[in-house]
Design a binder for this molecule. Structure first.
Ligand code: ADP
Ligand code: MG
Length: 699
């Protein structure tokens, strides 16, 4: 139960006067909530900039285009003439150095006369402009008298808005919410506060909304930093609490004596790279611990993750237990099986596949063998987590390309056994800072070296108006026996539109290359897709036109050329993934990025990065830098997914600090007891990371 102290912050915004159903709808949209936002949601909406009204020049010195607060005498009103109501209402004012015109479109006469009686002294704040040689302010933001000036904030925050929501209305709501912040206990240790020079939570929140200096609202200044740190600590602490619960029953170990692993390694036609060996050793060590494994294995496409996963499964099979490998698509599942099956067979491991395609009697048989413990490793798609799929003793869940799966699927898989170890494979190198925020203290193995013998990829950007020339070049390559991927543009989110484009390109290329062109797209059924891919691999077709369906992981080592149309529309991670399809065999490869002009700054920067490097980890870092924040995992949110205040680049260091502090809290006070413990629980409730609190018991 949330402490009652926090209730005022969790009351709906509609409890504020002036916030009705219409504002409710707008605020839901703005704050990305499906229900009425609470005051805390409003208060955690950070300003984007400020308006600084401190400049108080004489009229003679007022610079056009700047925000000023003028000290003037009202000289005369000129209402819109009756015959031309669209002409603005003008108010003439002056000081001893010059004149200014205050312009109001559709100005209300009685209101304006009351606001600025002729002869009165007023302070007028707004952006000055020069119009026909005359200084003017169109719709001043503020017009106040001496008493009003004393109350007028000289620095006002400006917030991200949504259409229909007025800045003034949002500011008023926030101003009403601020005094509702209760007296909160301090949850940070005194040393942290001292070291990082952080203000209190309440002071930080207040100063963000009532800045005294323009810098007060900047993300890298103490006020925002404090809030970001609190948010990050809440996230890290919640993950740490959950992680601490992952102990297995005493005595359970999931790694055996190594005999199967040795057989797998002996069956390999190549030597493991050093980083593959390291990863396999780290995994085996995790499996042998009385704690559950939660490990991320990161490596570019083609870096050799599958064999490492197989070694993990072999270690588990040595103890007589089972593993499951779940891939996001059928193509990928079959690809894994193809790599794994021959090696597993030579080692005497029993492997099976289960996807949507195995049906009826075949499926029944697989399920029966699985339940009897006659399968050591089950490879498949979502099909392996269906309700009626029962494992005799699932001990290891391997999830490939994790961000395509939700947490729900991962848990569904681990729920199929007791204290199941988890290995996540990702071909999207995620910068370490982000890994920490998503997975907390998930352990990480990286496959940074490419397996020996990989050839470099020559990547070039070519404008679309050289399309014909590119088709000619592809023709020469085809004549020389090469295999070419032709990736069609990602037009919209819609597969349908992608398809039309791909089909058109297919027709154009068919006219040129006839039978030598094939097409794969997402609408095709599994077997149909496999058939086309197989014909490509067998050199029956030389040019494969594809939507982005050429999945991560698909392996046709002979393919050495890739053309990506409208490359400017793809994200960096996507380009990198796509390009990973080539450069897998013994021959050097070429990637052509066809782009439409004119290129935006972002597209230009992205194409430059992709031309310069094939190192996925570097690309991920550059991606993060280019965006500053956001969409590394394809989630269209700003900032860190799941975080409102913390930003990946600005607060990268805080992420690490919060992680360390969470770890030290778990060491010293794992049940969050005593005064500090209570305060930390308050923090978890405040940022709604309290799922973990029931696990702690009463403090
Ligand atoms: P990933 O899953 O990381 O994209 P894979 O595991 O599919 O990569 O491996 C890609 C290809 O590289 C496979 O054909 C695999 O047999 C091969 N391979 C893996 N490890 C090595 C290695 N150490 N030396 C040479 N080839 C390797
Ligand atoms: Mg793979």
């Amino acid at each position: 139960m949330r402490p009652t102290l926090l209730n005022p912050l969790f009351t709906p915004v509609t409890s504020l006067s002036g916030v009705g159903p219409k504002q409710d709808t707008l605020l839901r949209y703005l704050l990305d909530r499906s229900e009425t936002p609470r005051l805390i949601d409003l208060l955690l909406h950070m300003p984007a900039s400020v308006i600084d009204r401190r400049a108080r020049p004489k009229l003679r010195d007022a610079a056009a285009g700047t925000v000023v607060t003028l000290d003037v005498t009202i000289d005369r009103h000129r209402p819109s003439p009756a015959r031309n109501a669209r002409a603005p209402y003008l108010v003439y004012a002056s000081d001893e150095t010059g004149d200014v015109v205050l312009t109001y479109f559709r100005g209300d006469r009685s209101y304006l006369e009351k606001l600025m009686p002729v002869g009165s002294k007023r302070y007028v704040s707004g952006t000055v402009q020069m119009f026909d040689g005359i200084l003017q302010i169109v719709h001043p933001d503020r017009v106040v008298d001496e008493a009003g000036l004393a109350k007028m904030p000289s620095i006002e925050p400006v917030y991200p808005l949504t259409k229909g929501l007025m800045l003034g209305a949002l500011r008023r709501a926030i101003a009403m919410a601020l005094p509702k912040i209760p007296q909160l206990p301090e949850w940070l240790g005194p040393d942290v506060i001292r070291r990082a020079k952080l203000p209190s939570f309440t002071e930080a929140l207040t100063r963000i909304h009532l800045p005294e200096q323009p810098d007060d609202i900047l993300p890298d200044h103490p006020f925002w930093r404090r809030l970001a740190y609190d948010e990050l600590l809440a996230g890290q602490l919640a993950l740490a609490v959950v992680r601490a619960q992952l102990r297995r029953p005493a005595g359970v170990r999931n790694a055996g004596d190594g005999h199967l692993r040795r057989k797998v390694i002996d069956a390999l036609p190549y030597a493991l790279t050093a980083s593959q060996q390291e990863a396999a050793a780290a995994i085996a060590s995790d499996l042998g611990q009385p704690l559950r494994m939660l490990r991320l294995l990161q490596g570019d496409v083609g870096s050799g993750k599958t064999v490492v996963a197989l070694l993990a499964a072999a270690a588990v099979a040595e103890t007589g237990k089972q593993s499951a490998l779940m891939a996001p698509t059928e193509i990928l599942a079959r690809q894994h099986l193809k790599t794994i099956a021959p090696l597993a067979e030579r080692a005497g491991m029993r492997v099976a596949i289960l996807t949507g395609r195995e049906k009826g009697k075949e499926r029944k048989e697989i399920l029966a063998r699985l339940a009897a413990g006659d399968i050591d490793l089950l490879v498949g798609t979502h099909a392996i987590i269906q309700d009626d799929v029962v494992y005799k003793s699932l001990a290891l869940a391997i999830v490939d390309e994790q961000h395509r799966f939700g947490v729900r699927e991962r848990l569904a898989l681990t729920d199929k056994g007791d204290a199941v170890d988890m290995l996540v494979l990702s071909a999207t190198p995620i910068p370490r800072t982000l890994v920490l925020t998503f997975f907390g203290d998930m352990d990480i193995s990286e496959l940074r070296e490419k397996p020996a013998g990989r050839q470099p990829i020559d990547t070039r950007a070519v404008p679309m108006d050289r399309l014909e020339e590119m088709i000619d070049a592809v023709g020469r390559a085809v004549d020389a026996g090469k295999l070419v991927y032709w990736i069609c543009p990602l037009v919209e989110e819609s597969e349908e539109v992608d398809l039309t484009d791909a089909e058109q390109r297919f027709k154009v290329l068919q006219q040129r290359f006839g039978e030598r062109v094939g097409l794969v797209h997402g609408r095709m059924k599994g077997p149909e897709k496999d058939r086309v891919m197989a014909r490509f691999a067998a050199h029956d077709i030389s040019v494969l036109v594809a939507t982005t369906v050429v999945e991560v992981g698909v392996d046709v080592p002979d393919a050495t050329i890739m053309v990506i149309e409208n490359a400017e529309r793809f994200g960096l991670a996507q380009l990198h993934q796509l390009r990973g399809r080539i450069g897998r065999g013994r021959e050097a490869s070429t990637c052509i990025l066809l782009y439409k002009e004119p290129l935006g700054e972002m597209s230009k920067a992205r194409l430059k990065v992709i031309r310069e490097t094939t190192d996925g980890f570097r690309i991920a870092e550059e991606d993060l830098k280019l965006r500053g924040e956001g969409d590394v995992l394809g989630t269209r949110q700003s900032g860190l997914p799941g975080y409102r205040i913390a930003q990946p680049v600005v607060h990268a260091q805080l992420i690490a600090q919060a992680r360390e502090e969470a770890a030290s809290i778990m060491r010293e006070n794992p049940k969050l007891e005593g005064e500090r413990g209570q305060a930390l629980r308050m923090l978890l409730y405040l940022f709604e990371r309290d799922e973990a609190i029931p696990l702690l018991g009463a403090g």
